[in-house]
Design a protein around this ligand. Structure first.
Ligand code: ADP
Length: 708
C-alpha cells in the first residue's frame, strides 16, 4: 500500500502523541507535587524548541528561499530569552527576590507580543529577501527596550497580587489572540509556500497558542487551572512547531529548508511528463501531417499528369481545329472561285441571249412574236438578276466587294428606282409617293450604285408584295454632325406584311417567308441579305417593321457626307438600268475593233456599235486582234479579256509596247467582275472597263469616258 507523506508522518507521530500524552500526564502529576518544577519544565521545553528553530533557520539561511522560517527563528530566539527570564523570576523561584509576580507576567506578555507580531511579519516577508543581521539587531534592540521598560517600571502593570490580572493584561491577551488569528488567516493565503504537513503543524501551533492565551485571560493565581491549561497549550503549540519545523527539517529537509527545490522538482517532473506527452502528441501529429502531405503531393502529381494530358489533348484539338479551319477556308475560297467562274460562264451566253433579244425587238415582229420576246426578255432579266445577286453575295462573303464613293443626288436616285419599276407599278395600279424632306441636301457623297441597288431591291419587294394600296418612299436626315449625316431612306407599303416569327430571318440568305414549292411570289431570297450586307459595308444598317396584312416598312440608315462644293452628280445606274434604244444617241462614226471569241456576243457588240454609228472590224481571238490593230487605224478597241490563242490583257500589253505617239483607247470587256479586276486591266494598259452582260447605255458611258 502506498502511503502519502502526510499519512506516513501522522503514523510516525501517533507514537509521539502517546509519549506527549504520557508527558502531559506526568507534568500534571508533577504540578501536583511541585508547580514550579512543572512550570519550569514546560517553559524550558518551549525555549528549547524556539532556540532549535532559530539554530535550524540560522544555519540554513543561505538555502532558504522562504524567509518565514528565518524570521520566526530569530523572533523565537528572543522570545525564548524573555520566556527564560519569565521562568526564572516566576513566583517562588526566588531568583530576583525584590520583584513580585507582576514581573513574570510582564515578561510573559512581552514575549507573547514578540511572538504574535513576528508571525504576522514573517508571513508578510515570506517571499522578500531579508537581511538576517538586520533582523537580529532589530529583535535584539526591541527585546532590550522591552526589558528596559519593564525593569524601569515603564511597562504597564499586568498583575496585582490579591486583585488579579489588570485590564492591560487581559486586553493584551485578546490583542495577542487576534494577532495570532490574523497571522493564521495570512498564513492560509500563503499555504502554497509550505508542504501540507508543515502548514498543518503551523496552523495547529497557532490555534493552540490562541487557546493558551485565552486560558490565561482567566488567570486567577499561579496554581489555578487556567494557568496550568494555558501552559499545557503553550507546550502543545511549541511541540507542533517542533514536529512541523525541526523534525521535518532534519528528517526531510525537502519539506522545510528545500521545500522550494522540492516544489520546483515536482513542477519539473510534471513539466517533463507534459513535455513527453506533448512530444508524443507532436510526433503523432507530424506523422499524420506528413502522411497528409504525401497524399497531397501524390494528388498534385496526378493532377499535373492529368493537366499535361489535357493540354496535349487541347493542343491536338487546336491543331485539328486549325486544319479544319484551313480546310473550310480553302473550301470557302474554292466555293467563291467556283461561283465567280460559274457566274462568268453564265453571264457570257446570257449576254448573247439578252443582246439578241434586244436586237430582235428592234426588228419588225408581229404581236405574238412580240409577246414571246417580252417573256424572253423578262426571263433573261430575272436570270441576270439572280446571277448578279449570287455574284454580289460571293464577292461580299469573300471580302472582295469594292465601294466607289462619288457625288450623287438622292432625289435622282429615288426617281430612277421608281422609273425602273414603273411598268410593274402601273400594271398593279399602285400609288407611289416619293417624300424627300427639305433637310436632305441636293447632293451627297456615297456609293450611289449600291444605294440604288438597295433601294431598287426594297422597292421591288414592296411592289411584289403589295396587291393594292400605296407605297411611300421617304428620305430624311436622322442625325447630323458637321458635314456628315445619317440619311434615312424608308420604303413603306400596304402589302401582305410579314409574320412576326419570320421578321428576324428575312435578312438571312436564301430566306423567304413563303417557302412552299408552289410559291406565289418569285425571287431567290437573296435581295434583303445582299441589301443588309451592302448597307453594313457602307457603315449603315437596315431594319424592318411589319404587321401582317397591313404592310411593311424598311428603314435604310446610311452615313453620308455632304460635298463642300456640290457638282453635277453621276447618273444613278450603269448596267442595271434597262435602256430604251430610241433614247440612245449615235456618238460618232468611228472605226472600232471588237475582239470577242463568243459569236453571239461579238454579233451583239457589233450591232450596238453600229447603232451608235461606228464602223466595226471583228477579231475572234487575241492574235487576230493584234494583227487587225497592226493593219488598221482604229479610234477605239473593245477587248474581251478571256480569249483563245492570246489573252486580251496580253494583247493590250503588246499594243501599249508597240504603239508610239498614238494612243488607242481600249475598253476591257469581261464577264469577270471580281475585286481587283479593274486595277489589273488598268495596269495592263486598258483605259476603261465594261462588265458583261452590258446594255447599250453602259457601252455609251464607257465609250464617253475613254474618249473624253
Ligand atoms: P426575294 O428575292 O425572294 O424577294 P428578299 O431577300 O428580297 O428575297 O426577301 C426575302 C423575303 O422577305 C421575301 O421572300 C418575302 O417573304 C419577305 N419580304 C421582303 N419584303 C417584303 C415586303 N415588302 N412585304 C412582305 N414581305 C416581304
Amino acid at each position: 500500500m502506498v502511503m502519502t507523506p502526510v499519512a506516513g508522518k501522522l503514523r510516525n507521530t501517533s507514537s509521539l502523541a502517546l509519549v506527549l500524552l504520557l508527558t502531559i500526564a506526568g507534568l500534571v502529576a508533577v504540578s501536583r507535587f511541585n508547580y514550579l518544577l512543572f512550570h519550569a519544565l514546560i517553559e524550558l521545553l518551549s525555549i528549547v524548541v524556539g532556540v532549535s528553530i532559530f539554530v535550524l533557520a540560522w544555519n540554513s539561511r543561505r538555502y532558504l528561499e522562504n524567509q518565514f522560517f528565518t524570521l520566526l527563528g530569530i523572533a523565537l530566539l528572543f522570545a525564548s530569552g524573555l520566556d527564560l527570564l519569565h521562568m526564572a523570576v516566576y513566583k517562588g523561584m526566588g531568583i530576583l527576590p525584590g520583584y513580585g509576580p507582576n514581573l513574570a507576567t510582564q515578561l510573559w506578555i512581552a514575549a507573547r507580543y514578540l511572538h504574535c507580531f513576528s508571525i504576522v511579519i514573517a508571513v508578510m516577508v515570506i517571499r522578500r529577501p531579508v537581511s538576517t543581521s538586520l533582523l537580529f539587531w532589530g529583535y535584539g534592540v526591541t527585546t532590550v527596550l522591552l526589558l528596559w521598560s519593564i525593569f524601569a517600571g515603564l511597562f504597564p502593570v499586568c498583575f496585582v497580587e490579591g486583585t488579579g490580572l489588570t485590564p492591560f493584561k487581559k486586553y493584551s491577551e485578546i490583542l495577542i489572540c487576534s494577532t495570532f488569528g490574523i497571522g493564521l488567516l495570512m498564513l492560509h493565503r500563503q499555504r502554497d509556500q509550505f508542504s501540507r504537513w508543515v502548514y498543518g503543524m503551523l496552523v495547529a501551533s497557532l490555534l493552540t497558542a490562541i487557546s493558551a492565551e485565552l486560558a490565561f485571560i482567566f488567570y486567577v493565581n499561579v496554581y489555578g487551572l487556567s494557568n496550568m491549561v494555558g501552559h499545557l497549550f503553550k507546550l502543545i503549540s511549541f511541540l507542533c512547531l517542533y514536529l512541523g519545523i525541526i523534525r521535518s527539517g532534519l528528517e526531510d529537509p525537502l519539506e522545510v529548508v528545500f521545500h522550494e527545490i522540492k516544489v520546483k522538482d515536482e513542477q519539473l517532473v510534471a513539466l517533463n511528463a507534459r513535455l513527453v506527452n506533448t512530444n508524443e502528441e507532436l510526433e503523432t501529429r507530424v506523422a499524420a501531417r506528413t502522411e497528409e502531405l504525401r497524399l497531397m503531393v501524390d494528388n498534385l502529381h496526378e493532377q499535373a499528369r492529368q493537366l499535361e494530358e489535357e493540354i496535349a489533348e487541347r493542343q491536338q484539338a487546336q491543331e485539328e481545329l486549325k486544319r479544319a479551319k484551313e480546310a473550310a477556308e480553302a473550301a470557302n475560297h474554292a466555293k467563291s472561285a467556283f461561283l465567280a467562274n460559274m457566274s462568268h460562264e453564265l453571264r457570257t451566253p446570257l449576254n448573247g441571249v439578252v443582246g439578241m433579244a434586244q436586237l430582235l425587238a428592234l426588228t419588225n415582229v408581229d404581236t405574238e412574236q412580240k409577246e414571246y420576246l417580252d417573256t424572253l426578255q423578262y426571263s433573261a432579266d430575272n436570270l441576270l438578276q439572280l446571277i448578279s445577286d449570287i455574284l454580289d453575295i460571293t464577292k461580299i462573303e469573300a471580302d472582295q466587294y469594292e465601294l466607289h464613293s462619288s457625288e450623287f443626288s438622292v432625289r435622282e436616285c429615288l426617281d430612277q428606282a421608281v422609273g425602273m419599276l414603273q411598268r410593274r407599278i402601273d400594271e398593279k395600279g399602285l400609288n407611289v409617293t416619293v417624300d424627300i424632306s427639305d433637310a436632305v441636301p441636293e447632293t451627297m457623297i456615297g456609293d450611289h450604285v449600291r444605294v440604288m441597288q438597295i433601294m431598287t431591291n426594297l422597292l421591288s419587294n414592296a411592289v411584289k408584295f403589295t396587291e393594292k394600296g400605296s407605297i411611300t418612299i421617304a428620305a430624311s436626315i436622322k442625325e447630323q454632325h458637321d458635314s456628315t449625316m445619317l440619311l434615312e431612306l424608308t420604303v413603306s407599303d400596304t402589302g401582305i406584311g410579314i409574320e412576326p416569327d419570320y421578321l428576324g430571318h428575312i435578312f438571312d440568305t436564301f430566306t423567304q417567308v413563303d417557302d412552299s414549292p408552289t410559291r406565289k411570289y418569285g425571287g431567290a431570297g437573296l435581295g434583303l441579305a445582299i441589301s443588309r450586307k451592302l448597307a453594313e459595308l457602307m457603315g449603315g444598317s437596315i431594319s424592318v417593321e411589319s404587321r401582317l396584312q397591313q404592310g411593311s416598312s424598311f428603314h435604310f440608315l446610311l452615313p453620308c457626307s455632304v460635298p463642300s462644293r456640290p457638282n453635277r452628280p453621276h447618273a444613278a445606274l450603269e448596267d442595271r438600268v434597262v435602256p430604251r434604244f430610241a433614247e440612245v444617241p449615235a456618238i460618232c462614226s468611228l472605226p472600232v475593233l471588237v475582239a470577242e471569241d463568243n459569236p453571239a456576243n461579238l454579233k451583239y457588240a457589233k450591232k450596238l456599235l453600229e447603232i451608235l454609228g461606228c464602223k466595226v472590224t471583228e477579231a475572234v481571238d487575241g492574235k487576230e486582234a493584234l494583227e487587225a490593230w497592226e493593219q488598221g487605224d482604229f479610234k477605239l478597241i473593245l477587248m474581251d479579256i478571256q480569249m483563245p490563242v492570246l489573252r486580251g490583257d496580253e494583247v493590250v500589253k503588246i499594243i501599249r509596247e508597240r504603239e508610239q505617239d498614238r494612243h488607242v483607247p481600249i475598253i476591257a470587256v469581261t464577264a469577270h467582275a471580281l475585286m481587283g479586276d479593274q486595277e489589273r486591266f488598268a495596269a495592263a494598259g486598258c483605259d476603261g472597263y465594261l462588265a458583261k452582260p452590258f446594255q447599250i447605255n453602259a457601252l455609251t458611258d464607257a465609250i464617253k469616258r475613254v474618249m473624253h
